[in-house]
Write a protein that binds this ligand. Structure first.
Ligand SMILES: Nc1ncnc2c1ncn2[C@@H]1O[C@H](COP(=O)(O)OP(=O)(O)O)[C@@H](O)[C@H]1O
Ligand SMILES: [Mg+2]
Length: 351
């Protein structure tokens, strides 16, 4: 069962959103609806499922509806129509009291502009959610202190936000969101305001934490590289419509339309694709399947990034054997196949 599930989620901004729904159903576009009715379409019938422990990235140009989508999930923005479930909870049916509880206990949010409380220390910012929950001071400081350490800010517990760099402030934002141990973490352009190097550092930090925590994460970004790096799956929004959902490899190798193609055109495929995405798979019963015929050749892990594999297969005279984590042969890869996968329109997976 998905952890989070949106069905036909729709948001129209303006004085009479319901009046616009028939136009949307008839396929009238966002621009025309604005022109004819003065309403802005934020989201159009978005279907989205996020699995437990998945990092689900929503990507799109500015104005495509990313923030609207993530804010509909915790109802900071009230959807116009559609359904939304968190496990068994019908989120859109919740009373305001129940919704407040859901935001306090089950969902955490990290914002682009950190949104820290300026006159509170790092420790008090991180423990804020627990304070709101009524957790006694000693316990919340203990729990918050552990998170401050976990995001690499030990020694800064008593510092004020303004005394920290942008990257450090966002570490506080992350620790604050995680401190209440939410089921779902919502991150809206959380790293977009950071300098490139710091941004990459924060991406690594999130990947490291996520490997330990296995949270369900909805991560919003307009940056393709970030999306491909962080996402188990990536959803691409355009004018409030979900135009494609897929793994990073699927998005890069099979863009659904010109909009997605324009995004992925210049991406370094060798860093997105893994050996398993481009290898020739072993047919059952073939000599390859038991690996004996090629036992002396180069061995590659199926999950190895293609750019690392290229260095190994480039100089090998025979195809390399591809093995899974248990050492079982799952395919083979030669230099020619590896290279052609890097060229747009070639190297479709042979699965
Ligand atoms: N409060 C609002 N009132 C009217 N229009 C809005 C409001 N919030 C967002 N929009 C519009 O909805 C669309 C999606 O915006 P947004 O979700 O903020 O996009 P993104 O986060 O992808 O940049 C845009 O056309 C934006 O102008
Ligand atoms: Mg936004």
């Amino acid at each position: 069962m998905p952890h989070l599930e949106a069905r036909r989620l729709t948001k129209v901004f303006g004085p009479d959103p319901d009046s616009v729904l028939p136009l949307l159903r008839d396929g009238v576009g966002k621009d025309e609806i604005l022109e004819r009715t003065g309403h802005t379409v934020g989201l159009q019938a978005v279907d989205m499922t996020v699995e437990p422990g998945e990092t689900f990235v929503v990507m799109g140009l500015s104005g495509s509806g990313k923030s609207t989508l993530v804010r509909c999930v915790n109802r900071l923005i009230e959807p116009t129509t559609g359904t939304l479930r968190l496990d068994d909870t019908d989120v859109l049916a919740l009373s305001s009291g129940a919704l407040r509880e859901l935001r306090r206990r089950r969902m955490g949010m990290v914002f682009q502009r950190f949104a820290l409380l300026p006159h509170r220390s790092v420790l008090d910012n991180v423990s804020f959610g627990l304070q709101v929950q009524g957790v006694p001071r000693a316990e919340r400081e203990r729990r918050a202190g552990a998170w401050v350490e976990r995001v690499g800010l030990q020694g800064y517990e008593r510092a004020l936000p303004r005394e920290l760099s942008g990257g450090m402030q966002q570490r506080v934002g992350l620790a604050r969101a995680l401190c209440t141990d939410p089921e779902v973490l919502l991150m809206d352009e959380a790293f977009s305001a950071l300098d490139p190097l710091i941004r990459r550092e924060m991406q690594d930090e999130l990947l490291r934490l996520q490997a330990e925590l296995g949270k369900t994460i909805v991560f919003i970004t307009h940056d393709l590289d970030e999306a491909l790096r962080l996402g188990d799956r990536v959803a691409v929004l355009k004018d409030g419509l979900l135009v494609q959902v897929g793994t990073p490899a699927e998005i890069v190798m099979h863009p659904a339309d010109d909009y997605v193609r324009a995004f992925v055109e210049h991406v370094d495929r060798s860093r997105v694709l893994k050996v398993r995405h481009v290898m020739c798979t072993a047919a059952a019963g073939s000599p390859l399947a038991n690996g004996s015929a090629l036992a002396e050749g180069v061995r590659l892990q199926a999950n190895m990034p293609l750019h690392e594999a290229l260095a190994l297969v480039a100089s090998a005279s025979e195809a390399a054997i591809v093995v899974d984590t248990s050492g079982r042969t799952v395919g083979r890869l030669d230099a020619r196949t590896a290279l052609s996968a890097l060229v747009r329109g070639h190297g479709e997976p042979s699965r």
